[in-house]
Write a protein that binds this ligand. Sequence first.
Ligand SMILES: Cc1ncc(C[n+]2csc(CCOP(=O)(O)OP(=O)(O)O)c2C)c(N)n1
Ligand code: SF4
Length: 245
Amino acid sequence: MKQVFKRPKSLKDVPFHFCPGCHHGVIHRLVAECIDLYDLQEKTICAASVGCSVFMYDYFDVDVCESPHGRAAAVATGIKRARPENFVFTYQGDGDLAALGIAEGLHAANRGENITIIFVNNTVYGMTGGQMAPTTMLGQTTTTSPFGRDFHREGYPIRMAELMTMLGGTTFSARVAVNTPKNLMQAKKVLKKAFEVQIQNQGFSFVEFLSSCPTNWKMTPEKANQRVQDEMIPYFPLGIYKDSE
Ligand SMILES: Cc1ncc(C[n+]2csc(CCOP(=O)(O)OP(=O)(O)O)c2C)c(N)n1
Ligand code: SF4
């Protein structure tokens, strides 16, 4: 019998702790599939972040170095410069990358570090109880914006994939989603391109994943998928924003 579905080799055979319907698990799987595809398991080192993704070292069967809050891009820079033969990526939420670590991410891009940032935008701080993030949408209620985000007070949601394109050192920047099978397949294609940029020593690559957080959005997994489609994609359009490979 032909096997059509199996766990990627670089994901351990353990249950995930993510909430039902959370996209972190699907994104983990796509990343692991790419690690397997390019036979990178033995040469990968990840710089992990804080947030719901922090336990990635329990799931990915690759070397992972934990980073102080928001500093994953700086840690990844150090690892890659010391060991250019390794494949190095960060996996960061929007609180970690766009708030705590915005300086590190932008400067790593600007320097054209040959690393890959996987950025998971779920419009809230997931792990710590749903506080407002730089990506929280206008009008969105969170525990720290109970009346909805207002641009007079909190500014506008930051579009990181577009921002990255402004920096001379960025080779590749894109935004994808995994809320539908079609978007998921497209996300895999885009992620492969980002991996190839680093494998071919072409510089900094960045992929933003629009992601759901049914728990803090107080929605069912289905409704959360629909919110990605109806509210997030119109403000955070999918696509490849820079590809100067
Ligand atoms: C210096 C410091 N700032 C903040 C925190 C708390 N903290 C841990 S995880 C996190 C938010 C992570 O949110 P995000 O990066 O969006 O990831 P998610 O949980 O949504 O995947 C915060 C604020 C902390 N422990 N220490
Ligand atoms: S709190 Fe949100 S981001 Fe964290 S695991 Fe649950 S659904 Fe996912």
